[in-house]
Design a binder for this molecule. Structure first.
Ligand code: ZN
Length: 415
């Protein structure tokens, strides 16, 4: 289980120059690798390392190596993405030659060249953190630096973890640098599935759990409908001002969704914990996308616009941290099946109502589905991927990060 903590270290003037140089090295190696068709990290190292290592005081050698490994990963990721994308484009071109109209033709993906600052990746040799003295020591273009950071009451619970890696990132919003430190914890011993909480995901209610709790009734749907209208009006305008508004809107929407996902998953895990459930079962998210086939276009668009994969990632790491299993369940027929007698018949569900024609059972359709999910538990392995601990706002119940960041009086101990 990994958790990431964000430690502000203020705005140290030469770190921007360092991030810039790091980006230069990264861009050069990416271009070199793509031009010469090399994605192997060792080969890239032999071909490019001395170009930068021979430049006096350009970048510490450990950071050149880290930029190279980052570039090698990027090249490999980009090549596989390009392969997929080229396939799709070919498919579209075939359709166009057959006379079909393509609403939004795909363009070839551009090279992964970064403009501006790149976050610098550190490892155990180039980075060290002392949680007791609250001192970070890291290598930089001005030699080894030692920086003291402020205590954060929320993150203190994670100080026992083993440091895996750290990224030095520039925050455009706060105008300071942050260290994103990844800490590793041993996985908690999870209990056997004995008391299972089924959770049905959807958009009428974002989540309905089998203990009868409804999360985010209507508000998500209303929000999506409202912003969709505004978005389409702005898109049809096409003026610079409308484009600016669109960018701001999409950022706001992203934050809204992330926030809702954080809050709801937190509530579900908390509820499961206090009610003594040892397993949370959710439907396989592929099911959600497949369900859309029979749905109206408007509803399909709404369904696609919600980040359910993010929801699952949040639920996974929160459940794991609370010592609760997370199991993924086959989603087929969960909404059409009677949770009492198991009779499957599509018209039994109409809107929010479920009425079994076999045994007469009646209930809210989403609640019935959540009962089915808890009964359907087939995959008994908890999902192993772990999410990240992110800085949250106050209304999730966590300390307000922005206040903490702005008050950071950071001191450089020595150069
Ligand atoms: Zn029935």
């Amino acid at each position: 289980m990994n958790r990431t903590i964000k430690i502000p270290i203020g705005n140290i003037h030469f770190l921007k120059e360092q991030a810039n140089r790091y980006a230069q090295v990264f861009n050069y190696i990416v271009s070199f690798g793509l031009d010469n068709n090399i994605s192997n990290a060792v080969q890239l190292h032999h071909k490019t390392y001395y170009i930068f290592a021979n430049k006096k005081d350009f970048l510490p050698s450990q950071l050149i190596i880290s930029a190279r490994s980052k570039a090698a990963e990027t090249i490999r990721g980009w090549l596989s993405l390009k392969k997929k994308c080229d396939k799709q484009i070919l498919k579209q071109q075939n359709l166009i030659t057959k006379g079909k109209h393509i609403y939004r033709p795909l363009k070839p993906i551009s090279r992964p060249i970064t403009k501006g600052l790149l976050s610098v990746r550190y490892d155990a040799r180039s980075f060290n953190i002392d949680f007791n003295k609250r001192i970070i020591s890291f290598s930089s273009i001005k030699g080894r630096q030692k920086v003291q950071f402020n205590a954060n009451p929320y993150y203190e619970q994670f100080y026992t973890g083993k440091v895996c890696s750290a990224d030095l990132c520039w925050s455009r919003k706060n105008k300071i640098f942050f260290f994103h430190v990844v800490l590793e914890f041993s996985d908690p011993v999870l209990p056997e599935h004995s008391k299972i909480l089924g959770v049905d995901l959807g958009l009428n209610n974002l989540a309905v759990s089998s203990d009868g709790k409804f999360y985010m009734k209507h508000s998500v749907r209303n929000h999506i409908t409202k912003t969709r209208g505004l978005k389409s009006r702005l898109q049809s305008k096409g003026t610079p001002s409308s484009k600016r508004h669109l960018r701001a809107l999409s950022k706001k929407e992203h934050q809204f969704r992330q926030d809702v996902n954080h809050c709801v998953t937190k509530k579900i895990v908390h509820q499961a914990k206090i009610s003594g459930y040892d397993t949370i079962a959710i439907e396989n998210l592929k099911g959600i996308r497949q369900q859309k086939r029979g749905l109206r276009k408007k509803f399909r668009a709404r369904l696609n616009s919600w980040p359910f994969d993010q929801f699952r990632a949040f639920l996974t790491y929160k459940a794991l941290a609370a010592g609760i299993n997370l199991a993924v369940v086959d989603a087929r027929y969960t909404s059409q099946k009677c949770s009492r007698c198991g009779h499957i018949y599509k018209p039994q569900r109409s809107g929010n109502n479920f009425h079994c024609i076999s045994c007469g059972y009646q209930n809210h359709a989403d609640l019935n589905a959540s009962y089915n999910i808890s009964k359907n538990l087939v995959a008994s392995d908890p999902i192993k991927d772990t999410g990240q601990c992110m800085a949250r706002t106050t209304h999730c119940g966590l300390p307000d990060q922005s206040a903490y960041c702005n008050s950071s009086a950071v001191t450089i101990l020595q150069n």
